[in-house]
Design a protein around this ligand. Structure first.
Ligand SMILES: Cc1cc2nc3c(=O)[nH]c(=O)nc-3n(C[C@H](O)[C@H](O)[C@H](O)COP(=O)(O)OP(=O)(O)OC[C@H]3O[C@@H](n4cnc5c(N)ncnc54)[C@H](O)[C@@H]3O)c2cc1C
Length: 508
């Protein structure tokens, strides 16, 4: 790719030039030559010298959330503390021919942010920062949802997810859904600028007017494909004066069908897009099976109670409804992480409401779930979509599913230590309901932020008609396919996933 076609940021270009390449080799010559081989001590020492003093080279760590992929750990984790470190790290990996992956929050479902025989380039604590510029929020590439919540004093918000430790990078690059996407769009819809270190270690900016094709791809084209995103700028929403009513209800499965039908009706008639909800069918490992309805409506409690009259008449087993300030409402909706677990997930993104048949199928499956020896939870969760998230056309950003009614997450969680056979029993059950729903809903569209290594035509399931355009962007910005993992854009060959392993006895 000719450099002149991009805008090189001067500071970045200078930093890149300052990186002393080990052995004086160029990435183009040396890449791939030592993959899988132990890296010499001299090379690590050269890397250490080139990094900033605050950067770290860690060994033996298990940097990912999903414990199926935590072991074996990568050879090293390069904890970058600034953009220069990222440039050094990318260049070093290419010169040494060491496979690498990128990590921000480490929450990729399929372990794509780690690699056992390579290094993980991760963005350390000094790359967790937020600052405000008018109505824009500038966010460091290592930041997580909790950094956004911790900076609530700035009075600005952009729609994000509910797990505090999920990275803004992965969330944004793959789309980003949450309890405010119907009101203000997906996380990627609020992005106005991002900076990336590319495979040739240059630093570029991507906006609507600068490297516009790359900017398009960074809004839904998924992390790990084009470069290392070192920072983001979001068009944020002033929320300090807003109030929201949170609701947290559980119902017996006996009334799951009418409950979901009523919620579908409420969503369909919610023309202000103030209502957002997550509907969870769950069979917990302790044997309890129920429907969990969690969400918020911007505005007063009295209005919500009026709207929910029909829903509450279906007799929830537990009921919490409370009006709060905007941030306090988000606090209630947060999913505070428990111990790290093993999990699997499949997704479907239907553009039609669920029929009674589909809802009955999910209900029966939930009821019949067998936690097995792995003592696994089984769940099907429907995240309401539509509203502002449906306003862009499918090709306006790389995220294509603009007509979606729901993103459906189908999965299972279990504690580390289960044997392959025991976890396979949980996987079999998730595959079964996935197949049933795929047929009943007439779609195999999937959400790239809930990646599924078993998906066959993942290219079109994740990206719809945008895949071919993503390949063009990939070929332009990463022509030698340096940034790659099993489901990366333009994957030319079958690459092996990190093997799910038992994680019981491994230290953290
Ligand atoms: C408990 C939990 C809750 C979740 N809740 C939500 C939710 O509410 N809404 C939602 O939409 N999704 C949710 N997700 C899915 C989540 O959005 C994705 O897993 C997301 O990709 C995670 O981003 P991360 O930075 O934490 O993960 P990572 O594993 O660090 O990264 C994800 C991908 O992006 C790449 N990457 C990481 N950092 C960078 C970077 N700086 N530049 C370029 N590429 C990078 C990685 O290599 C990997 O391929 C949840 C996941 C979990 C496990």
């Amino acid at each position: 790719m000719p450099v002149s076609r991009r805008t090189l940021l001067s500071a970045g270009a200078a930093a890149a030039a300052a990186v002393a390449l080990p052995h004086g080799a160029s990435p183009a010559v040396a890449a791939g030559t030592r993959a899988g081989l132990p890296v010499e001590g001299a090379a690590w020492r050269a890397l250490r010298r080139a990094l900033s003093p605050a950067a770290q080279l860690l060994t033996g760590c298990a940097p990912v959330d999903n414990q199926r992929y935590a072991y074996p750990p990568p050879l090293r984790e390069i904890v970058c503390q600034n953009e220069h470190d990222v440039q050094v790290a990318v260049q070093w990996c290419l010169v040494e021919g060491v496979p690498f992956r990128l990590r921000s929050g480490g929450h990729n479902y399929a372990g794509y942010s780690t690699v056992p025989d390579g290094v993980v380039i991760c963005l350390g604590e000094r790359m967790h920062w937020l600052h405000k510029d008018g109505q824009r929020l500038h966010v460091g590439g290592g930041s997580t949802n909790s950094d956004v919540y911790d900076n609530r004093g700035l009075g600005l918000y952009f729609p994000g997810g509910r797990c505090p430790t999920v990275g803004v990078a992965g969330l944004t690059l793959g789309g980003g859904l949450g309890f405010n996407d119907r009101k203000w769009g997906l996380t990627c819809d609020r992005l106005v600028e991002t900076r990336l270190v590319l495979a040739d270690s240059t630093l570029v900016r991507a906006t609507e007017n600068e490297n516009a094709d790359l900017f398009w791809a960074c809004r839904g084209g998924a992390g790990g494909n084009f470069g290392v995103n070192t920072s983001f700028v979001f068009d944020a929403v002033p929320v300090a004066q807003l109030r929201a009513t949170v609701f947290d209800l559980t119902f017996p499965l006996d009334v799951a069908v009418p409950v979901v039908q009523e919620l579908q009706h409420l969503l369909d008639t919610d023309h202000t897009h103030d209502l957002d909800v997550r509907i969870g069918f769950k069979h917990a490992r302790d044997g309890k099976a129920f429907l969990w309805v969690l969400g918020q409506r911007l505005g007063p409690e009295a209005t919500l109670r009026r709207l929910f009259r029909g829903l509450l008449a279906l007799h929830p087993t537990s009921e919490f409804i409370e009006e709060r300030g905007f941030w306090e409402a988000q606090d209630h909706l947060l999913d505070v992480p428990e111990d790290r677990e093993c999990y699997t997930s499949k997704s479907l993104v239907p553009d039609r409401w669920l029929t009674a048949d589909a809802l009955t199928a999910i209900t029966e499956w939930t009821r019949g779930w067998d936690p097995g020896k792995a003592r696994a939870d089984g769940y099907v969760t429907l995240f309401a979509m539509g509203g502002a998230s449906a306003e862009p056309a499918p090709h306006d950003t790389a995220y294509p599913h603009r007509g979606a009614k729901f993103v459906i997450d189908i999965g299972s969680r279990w504690a580390p230590g289960a044997s392959e056979e025991e976890s396979e029993a949980a996987l079999r059950q998730t595959r079964q309901v996935y197949r049933t729903l795929r047929t009943l809903l007439g779609t195999d569209a999937a959400y790239v932020n809930f990646p599924d290594p078993e998906l066959v035509d993942w290219q079109h399931a994740y990206y719809g008609g945008n895949y071919e355009r993503l390949v063009k962007v990939k070929n332009k910005y990463d022509p030698d396919n340096r940034f790659r993992y099993p489901q990366s854009i333009g994957t030319p060959e079958l690459l092996t996933s990190p093997r799910p392993a038992r994680a019981a006895s491994a230290p953290r």
